[in-house]
Design a protein around this ligand. Structure first.
Ligand SMILES: *Cc1c(COP(=O)(O)O)cnc(C)c1O
Length: 411
């Protein structure tokens, strides 16, 4: 099996397993796709990579090269971006509980936009920006009452979300008063993020229509950020919408809402995370022991929940193959289990695969998002390496963690 012309068996020889592999051309295709189709002649557009899906230097360098902006949700994500010279004015800083220290760091480093979550945060930003004598661009995260964390979306007054502010609420009114008075906070628009792995674009239309209606209260042209959440293909149960259609539909929807409500905006942004990196990523494992229990057959791999927590965390489904046996008869129904001391440490359950031998390689697909970024050292598993492959060449972008590094902070 080859990925972008590189034989995965050679990758195993060179870098060992477990190993995260990214097809760089696929990453570039995704980034360029959004940038190409997310365009309007009615307002400026901007595509941000929601970096929590994979916040590593090499991806950030790629975003920089391709002209993507960046969404960060912690000081450390910002730190990583700045460490490779990413332009701070193209960074949006998210989060519902940014500390004083986080905000000072962001404001001192001239981060482009702070996406403020609540009244108390705004008060904090006001104090810090005054102290530091800076003018800070602030967007507000709104709870638009659209919840779409699954294949279906629900429009309810999802009033108790931990994220965002409800339009018209007491807090909202206080926020608007403070913004009007403040000389250091520059209010630039509204943000919403309604969920993840969404397949129904109507959910975004519902959110867009709400946000556009909030703009009626303002004379100046503001900015809308519709967040991310575009679904990807993990298994054939998922029917993702291609980025050109996602982009064009969102643009058309917002343009239509604006003309319907007779409102103009300055800029529209989106923040895809998963849909940029997920399908470009693979995880390569070595199979160790196999075993049969009365009702199950197990193939044990040398990684597991420590490099991919998603199956244990939310029953996420994946496809996989045994390398070199992709077309062999899949006459075993097996469960792929990791090596952690947790019964829930399963990557794939009851999946048809061919007979495996110890030392065979197993590859899982669509593991590029929220795999490495949610990895852990449970059982003192070492963080795997990450390689990028492109046109027959491979390059190491994250080195495998060593035992020394693992205990280096222990006193
Ligand atoms: C997580 C997140 C995203 C990206 O979501 P994906 O499902 O990975 O596309 C975008 N914006 C915000 C605010 C987020 O929290």
């Amino acid at each position: 099996m080859k990925i972008s012309g590189v034989d995965v068996k050679d990758l195993k020889e060179q870098y060992g397993t477990p190993l995260y592999i990214y097809d760089e051309n696929h990453l570039i295709k995704n980034m360029e796709g959004y940038l190409k189709y997310f365009k309007s002649d009615k307002f400026e557009t901007e595509v941000l990579f929601a970096s929590k899906a994979l916040n590593i230097k090499e991806i950030i360098r790629l975003c920089k090269k391709e002209g993507m902006s960046l969404d960060c949700v912690s000081k450390a994500e910002i730190y990583t971006a700045l460490s490779v010279g990413f332009n701070p004015s193209n960074i949006y800083f998210h989060g519902n509980n940014k500390s004083y220290d986080d905000l000072v760091y962001a404001i001192e480093n001239n981060i482009g936009v702070i996406v403020c979550d609540n009244l108390m945060e705004l008060e904090q930003i006001e104090v810090i920006s005054k102290e530091l004598k800076k003018v800070v661009n602030v967007m507000f995260r709104m709870n638009v009452g659209v919840d779409a964390h699954t294949h279906k979306f629900i429009i309810t007054a999802h009033v108790d979300s931990k994220f965002g502010v409800l339009y018209g609420s007491d807090d909202y009114k206080k926020i608007m008063e403070l913004i009007k008075k403040s000389k250091n906070v520059k209010f630039i628009g509204f943000h919403s993020h309604i969920g993840s792995q969404i397949f129904d674009l109507n959910a975004f239309s519902a959110a867009a229509s709400k946000i556009v209606s909030y703009l009626k209260d303002f004379d100046e042209e503001l900015q809308i950020n519709l967040g991310g959440g575009y679904g990807v293909h993990y298994t054939d149960d998922d029917k993702p919408i291609p980025f050109d259609i996602v982009s064009k539909t969102l643009i058309n929807t917002v343009e239509a809402e604006l003309s319907k409500q007779n409102i103009k905006i300055k800029k529209l942004s989106i923040e895809p995370g998963r849909s940029i990196v997920a399908e470009a990523g693979y995880t390569l494992y070595t199979i160790g022991y196999t075993k049969k229990t009365p009702n199950k057959e197990y193939y044990f791999i040398d990684g597991g929940m420590t490099d991919n927590i998603r199956p244990a965390l939310y029953q996420a489904k994946y496809d996989c193959d045994i390398v070199g046996k992709e077309n062999a008869k899949k006459d075993h129904i097996v469960t792929i289990a990791g090596k952690c001391c947790e019964s829930g440490d399963l990557i794939i359950e009851n999946y048809p695969l061919p007979e495996a031998k110890m030392g065979d390689l197993l590859i899982t697909y669509t593991t590029g998002a929220y795999g490495y970024s949610m990895a852990s050292n449970y059982n003192k598993a070492l963080y795997p390496a990450i390689v990028f492959v492109k046109d027959g060449k491979s390059k190491l972008v994250v080195r495998r963690q060593t035992l020394e590094e693992l205990i280096e902070r222990e006193i």
